[in-house]
Design a protein around this ligand. Structure first.
Ligand code: CP
Ligand code: NVA
Length: 331
């Protein structure tokens, strides 16, 4: 059946069928090849989009901006200090106003309910640029990157997410792997495994039962065996910085080292990370935390900069996959 995503919002991969996700990945591969050849798109000419960021961003903001500009659309960026949203104006009113002015809205913030309300009330496509519980555009970029680096169909790929197994990236991975029929293990300390939202796991497993995916949450390092991808993320997500001491205590044994990579038994295992990453002390946050006695590096420099790391291909793929989402839903 032909896929048509025009007018749809992109709030979570759970709203999309495997065929629709396949369509977005194929479109992203195509848009990437065209960009490499210098072929300019004009599919969004005459359109305008607005980017709402209540949390900071480098990749997601830049990808939406360049994706829109590459295809001829205008872009407005608003952060939490420069708009009325939430403080003087309700989310619903903001959505209605922006829907009158713009053709599409990107939102990054805290509660998933906000991005859902924007989609409900604005009347235009809304794209989730990260919430506390999901990061669907990141997973599209990650799947594209896996297709470029792992010589297997996605349904044969095993991904192990190491670290904070109850964060937005871990949940987004559960949904992505469930949809694409992949094997996925979230590997972290028992305390964090116990914190995984049972509803997220149940919904991912319901999809997995249909697609043949396998989703597990475990503190047993045996899950590393045979992994094609080792994925990690920072230990304290945006808005959780007060939890750094506790996270360092729990997650230090789960730092991604060459020793951990070797436990896959697969010399070809690639290392992935959504970024930003703490892999040295050259950022103010890593240096300041180290002065307080907390080594917040979730991965060693050797692995991050090693030959199996594909993190910068992955970062570039944010552009191509976000462009695919915007073009597919708006053009
Ligand atoms: N991976 C990611 O979403 O990066 P930014 O926070 O820089 O957008
Ligand atoms: N878990 C991280 C992802 C950043 C892209 C955070 O929410 O800060």
């Amino acid at each position: 059946m032909a896929v048509n995503l025009k007018g749809r919002s992109f709030l979570t991969l759970m709203d999309f069928t495997p065929a629709e996700i396949r369509y977005l990945l194929d479109l992203a591969h195509d848009l990437k090849a065209k960009k490499r050849l210098g072929i300019k798109g004009r599919s969004l000419e005459g359109k305008n989009i607005v980017l709402l960021f209540e949390k900071t961003s480098t990749r997601t903001r830049c990808s939406f901006e360049v994706a829109a500009m590459d295809e001829g659309a205008g872009v407005t960026f608003l952060d939490s200090k420069s708009s009325q949203m939430g403080k003087k104006e309700t989310i619903a009113d903001t959505a209605k106003v922006l829907g009158r002015i713009y053709d599409g809205i990107e939102y990054r913030g805290y509660e998933q309910s906000v991005v859902e309300e924007l989609a409900r009330e604005s009347g235009v496509p809304v794209w989730n640029g990260l919430t506390d519980i999901d990061h669907p555009t990141q997973i599209l970029a990650d799947l594209l990157t896996i297709e470029e680096h792992v010589a297997k169909p996605l349904s044969k790929v095993k991904v192990v997410f190491v670290g904070d197994v109850r964060n937005n990236m871990a949940y987004a991975w559960m949904y992505g792997c469930a949809k694409m029929g992949m094997e996925f293990a979230a590997y972290g300390p028992q305390e964090l495994c116990d914190g995984v939202d049972p509803d997220v796991l149940e919904r991912a497993n319901a999809v997995a039962a249909e697609t043949g995916a396998k989703i597990t949450v475990t503190c047993d390092e045996a899950c590393l065996e045979g992994a094609d991808v080792i994925y990690t993320d920072i230990w304290a997500s945006m808005g959780e910085e007060d939890q750094i001491p506790e996270r360092v205590r729990m997650l230090t044994p789960f730092k991604v080292t060459e020793g951990l990579m070797a436990k896959t038994g697969n010399r070809e295992t690639i290392f992935m990370h959504c970024l930003p990453s703490f892999h040295n002390f050259d950022t103010t946050m890593a240096a300041e935390q180290m002065k307080l006695g907390y080594d917040i590096r979730e991965v060693t420099e050797e692995v991050f900069s090693g030959k199996n790391s594909v993190v910068f291909d992955e970062a570039e793929n944010r552009l191509h996959t976000i462009k695919a989402v915007v073009v597919a839903t708006l053009a």
